[in-house]
Design a protein around this ligand. Sequence first.
Ligand SMILES: [Zn+2]
Length: 73
Amino acid sequence: MSTHEAQQPIYEVRCNHDGCTATFTPETGFSSRFARQARHAAKQAGWDVPPPYGKGSRSPLDFCPEHVQRRPR
Ligand SMILES: [Zn+2]
């Protein structure tokens, strides 16, 4: 095959609400290249992105601004 352009690692935050396909992709290259920066940018945009606590099996759920209010307690 021919040479293909190498893509930069791009991080995006996805809403974990059932059936929601919303994703947040940082605009700047810097934010999109680091997961932590991407999450920070998402938070600034109104997303509910709790920081991951430890490396346990449970994964934190992220919600887009539309579903932030519906986070189960
Ligand atoms: Zn959503």
